[in-house]
Write a protein that binds this ligand. Structure first.
Ligand SMILES: O=C1O[C@H](COP(=O)(O)O)[C@@H](O)[C@H](O)[C@H]1O
Length: 241
């Protein structure tokens, strides 16, 4: 099998390349499972934050079958839509249906959004919920939209500038994208970087172009740039051509 060509990214970004979605998802699941095992060997508990969207589904399915001491693992979200937990757009629903099953069914899950709360109140509640998870988080797995957003930090969203501010003291903010549905809850950049490692899982030519363009772009224009340009946390890119 040929292997996808490396992306033009800073040398500090660890690239894991695949020509196919299935092996790419398994490679990411192998990697995250190993990080969680290392964390559990060192500490009583381990934590994993994940995102929504369509991209993580195969990864969730693969990770859910891994042998791990799942009751000692806490899973939460890097972002959420302000919708009821049974809504099709809910990231909590996505995680419950695709990750918290099989062997991973016994993991602890901390949802961010409480049904019925307005976004600002929901962000404060999510922050309190997140405070029940020790930091640094052991692993944070993010995606990226075609517009360069990550978590729910969108270039065109009110709330994103505050979320991208490296000095931001709030760990969860409400964001209001104009180009995508639903008010959102998003971890701030500073909260995302309060982690032992970041994994970014993307696929396809369009996303390759966007992430390469972000290398020297302003995060206000392409929020993913904030992850590429930071040097605080190891960043692992999982890319399927
Ligand atoms: O809206 C979102 O989309 C991105 C990417 O989604 P995908 O469907 O292209 O995989 C995701 O990373 C983000 O967390 C989510 O809120």
């Amino acid at each position: 099998m040929s292997v996808a060509e490396a992306l033009k990214l800073p040398a500090a970004v660890h690239q894991h390349l695949s020509d196919d979605a299935a092996p790419g998802a398994d490679a990411l699941a192998d990697f995250i499972a190993e990080q969680l095992r290392i964390a559990l060997a060192a500490r009583a508990k381990a934590s994993l934050l994940v995102s929504g969207g369509r991209s993580p589904l195969a990864f969730f399915a693969s990770l859910s079958q891994r042998e791990l001491d799942w009751p000692r693992v806490t899973i939460s979200l890097a972002d959420e839509r302000c919708v009821p937990g049974d809504d099709d757009a809910s990231n909590a629903r996505l995680v419950r249906e695709h990750l918290l099953r099989g062997r991973a069914a016994t993991a602890r899950f901390v949802a961010l959004y409480v049904d019925g709360l307005a976004p600002e109140a929901a962000a404060r509640e999510a922050e309190a919920r997140l405070a029940t998870i020790a930091t640094p988080f052991d692993a944070v797995v993010l995606g990226m939209g075609d517009d360069g957003h990550t978590a729910s930090l969108f270039a065109d969203a009110d709330g994103s500038a505050a979320g991208l501010d490296p000095q931001q003291s709030r760990r969860v903010l409400a964001t209001y994208p104009r180009s995508a549905p639903h008010a959102r809850l998003s971890l701030s950049l500073r909260a995302l970087l309060d982690s032992r490692l970041l994994a970014l899982a993307i696929s396809g030519e369009r996303k390759r172009q966007v992430i390469e363009a972000a290398v020297d772009a302003a995060p206000a224009r392409l929020p993913i740039a904030a992850l590429l340009q930071q040097t605080q946390v190891p960043l692992h890119l999982f890319f399927n051509a």
